[in-house]
Design a protein around this ligand. Structure first.
Ligand code: HEM
Length: 138
């Protein structure tokens, strides 16, 4: 009986896992909304003097596309990120904590403008936060 209960509980947990991931993708408004707020993020990042200097040699459209795929995939959507890993793509940039925080603020602004609910914004930020250790050098 106990084994059956354990199995049933395990099955319930297994079944709810993808549902949690799916729902963040939905909560963010799906691919159209993710594409809009990510393009806006990239615009802000390229304009803001706190971050713009880092992107002087970057192809904006390519970066935006990679970021859309990454956010879509991380939130449980039907995309596949095909870019370089976070450590490798940022290691030579000498990115500061202040630059990282500025980009997080820009993402929050872009999601606010898109009307993404605050609690859903925080779920995405919680997924991105651990990447800081691969991105920030000092
Ligand atoms: C959670 C935060 C961040 C995420 C999720 C992120 C994500 C990405 C992704 C997906 C790429 C493309 C990798 C590839 O080329 O295959 C990239 C590249 C890059 N990121 Fe970030 N990034 C973050 C923070 C930052 C910050 C704070 C800066 C600087 C202010 C930055 C500057 C750059 C630059 C300059 C590139 C290189 C683009 C190129 O190839 O020209 N990133 N990032």
């Amino acid at each position: 009986m106990r084994t059956i209960k354990t199995l049933a509980l395990g099955l319930m947990v297994a079944l709810t896992q993808p549902a949690i991931a799916d729902s963040l993708f939905e909560e963010l408004g799906g691919l159209d909304s993710i594409t809009r707020f990510t393009n806006r993020l990239v615009d802000l990042t390229f304009e803001d003097p706190r971050t713009a200097h880092q992107f002087k040699q970057t192809k904006k459209d390519r970066l935006a596309k990679l970021l859309v795929d990454q956010i879509c995939e991380l939130s449980g959507g039907p995309c596949k990120y095909k870019g370089v890993n976070m450590r490798k793509s940022h290691v030579k940039l000498d990115i500061t904590e202040a630059e990282f925080n500025a980009l997080v603020e820009q993402l929050q602004q872009a999601m606010d403008e898109e009307g993404v609910p605050f609690h859903s914004q925080n779920k995405l930020l919680a997924i991105l936060a651990p990447m800081k250790r691969d991105i920030v050098e000092r």
